[in-house]
Design a protein around this ligand. Sequence first.
Ligand code: IPM
Ligand code: MG
Length: 358
Amino acid sequence: MTHKIAVLPGDGIGTEITEQAVRVITALGLDLDLHTAAVGGAAFDLHGSPLPSATLELAQNSAAILFGAVGDWKYDALPRESRPEQAILGLRKALGLFANLRPAILYPQLANASSLKPEVVSGLDILIVRELTGDIYFGQPRGVRQVEEGPFKGEQQGFDTMHYAETEVRRIAHVAFQAAQKRGKKLCSVDKANVLETSQFWRDIMIKVANEYPDVTLSHMYVDNAAMQLVRAPKAFDVIVTGNLFGDILSDEAAMLTGSIGMLPSASLNSSNQGLYEPSHGSAPDIAGQNIANPLATILSAAMMLRYSLNEAAQADRIESAVQAVLEQGLRTADIYESGTSKVSTSQMGDAVLKALK
Ligand code: IPM
Ligand code: MG
């Protein structure tokens, strides 16, 4: 079976890291049909849009998208619709990629990389399931308007709208409960139900869906407390499910717990398991083009792609084992380097993973 894959390298280190992931998946011996297209700032420079229609069509017609990263300070002055970030938001919306899976795993070989005490984080393995196509990110209306009444009457006011429809909450709940079933059977739903109507509604739906998963223990936590518990006792979590905005914030926090955001993959799936796979880190323009970025998050994202969208779980295992092997060999890119290990470049790390493939 041929797997059609869109490769969208994007900006900054995106090109270098996707190149290594492509080398790895190409070596697996699968029948892959790879198509590369511009996205983000790179696409804006070439075609005047961060998500050109040809790129969007390619993504829509592919089983999966391997995505690098987008963004660069040089685009900050552009109007919002032209900024690189619009590419990723546009792809999420157009493909209906509502389920974002962001694992935060502390590899035993990298236990010293965390800023937290080893006993707090060693063995950490949590999964954040973030709703990705709703919430205040996409809610309408939004914009700038004139205040009609109250103490600020007559002034200009910026505003956004937070909302979740029942279907949106239910479908992400099912993804999260099913993920929990395959792991430690604990699901923590994070909201702000003490203040927000949207969150109370979210919580009520989570409780209803829980009836279908009697083997999973559901708990609830306010987002401020969750932010605190994540640094206090992160290993108490198994799967966290939350909305788009809270998930954006908590997933960065969770990634940083491991001290090695350069290692963490992510998957964004729709209801037909079409998915976009990208590293959890950004485009790092400050180190772009130097062949020093860590390609492992992207290589591990490619493994998630094989598992979730291409139904090639055995091939995903091969890649994940190869990554374990290179860590075991003591190979480290600059971001995870410590004395006593061997510092390697982006492409050398790619070489090592290829060599370690069994
Ligand atoms: C992420 C990023 C995006 C988001 C940005 C680039 C729009 O921070 O994937 O977490 O906020 O979702
Ligand atoms: Mg983010």
